[in-house]
Design a protein around this ligand. Structure first.
Ligand code: UTP
Length: 296
């Protein structure tokens, strides 16, 4: 039976080791891009794509995520009393969506994190969004994938082309066919060795999956990095149901590693209505000062 995609899983139980020491006591998903934590951009994309129920997979030390999306009565009261209504609106916007939480007791990998939410999803297709990728697009990235799913009713994974010399950092697909922006997949290769990737189509953090993935994950063995890999399970799924790799439109920002995070922060600050003009001036001054110092 045809089902609409209304549920999404946001896995957020990883250790965030690439950001240590900042992530020792603070969830990587709460690191701010200008004035919002990265996970808020992800939740906003899910809501803008028509998702009604969100479950965040959390773990040890992730309480700040729940607090962020909860109502903060004392704070709202204070802002109201002081007449700071613009800030009040921003604070309220964080808590006007209902989010469910489940704990992954140990960070055993992305595949295991998705499997942890299986009872919440039940027997219907669902979305997965990873906080490592923020996508700015005219039509939200997840909505593009949902529309593709509605055409074919098979699982869809978001991909984008990356430079050839970057393929070793990603899960890469080996395409078997192409129809518009949708590729049939022959093989999924997790982080291929440099120069060996069969294409430059890299798996980004957006998926629509059919519930059959859970029975595969029930028995999924550990893969790369000693973790239960979602990519391995999707490879198995592709053997019994066609999986489409969809080359989505939009600009993707990699906030899962430090340099990508710094770059995204700068770009979002430059584009910000509130801080953009000042940021341009600030950066021009800083760069000028640097150029002058290097001449001395
Ligand atoms: P990453 O590998 O990018 O996240 O996993 P990480 O493990 O937190 O980061 P590093 O590599 O140590 O720096 C992709 C997504 O899957 C989640 C992460 O929270 C992240 O959103 N994840 C990963 C889990 O929820 N559980 C896991 O066991 C592993």
């Amino acid at each position: 039976m045809e089902r609409k995609i209304t549920k999404a899983i946001i896995p957020a139980a990883g250790l965030g080791t690439r950001f240590l020491p900042v992530t020792k006591a603070m969830p990587k998903e709460m690191l701010p891009i200008v004035d919002k934590p990265t996970i808020q951009y992800i939740v906003e994309e899910a809501v803008a794509s028509g998702i009604k129920d969100i479950i965040i997979v959390t773990g040890k030390g992730k309480r700040a995520i729940e607090d962020h999306f909860d109502k903060n009565f004392e704070l709202e009261e204070t802002l109201f009393r002081k007449g700071k209504f613009d800030l009040l609106d921003k604070v309220r916007a964080c808590s006007n969506v209902d989010i469910h939480y489940i704990r992954q007791k140990e960070p055993r990998g992305l595949g295991h994190a998705v499997w942890t939410a299986r009872n919440f999803i039940g027997n219907e297709p669902f979305a997965v969004l990873l906080g490592d990728d923020i996508v700015r697009a005219e039509k939200p990235c997840l909505k593009q994938l949902i529309e593709q799913y509605e055409e074919t009713h098979s699982s869809v994974i978001g991909v984008q082309q990356v430079p050839e010399d970057q393929t070793h950092r990603y899960g890469i697909i080996e395409p078997s066919s192409v129809n518009g922006r949708c590729y049939g997949v022959k093989n999924f290769i997790e982080k291929p060795k440099e120069g060996t990737a069969p294409s430059n189509l890299a798996i980004m953090g957006r998926y629509i999956l059919t519930p059959e993935i859970f029975s595969i994950l029930d028995n999924q063995e550990v893969g790369a990095g000693g973790e239960i890999q979602l990519t391995d399970a999707i490879h198995q799924l592709n053997k019994i149901q066609k999986v489409c790799a969809f080359d989505f439109e939009g600009k993707r920002y990699d906030v899962g590693e430090m340099l990508g995070f710094i770059r995204t922060t700068i770009e979002f600050a430059l584009d910000s209505k509130e801080y953009g003009t000042d940021t341009v001036e600030l950066m021009q001054n800083l760069l000028q000062q640097r150029a002058m110092t290097s001449l001395i």
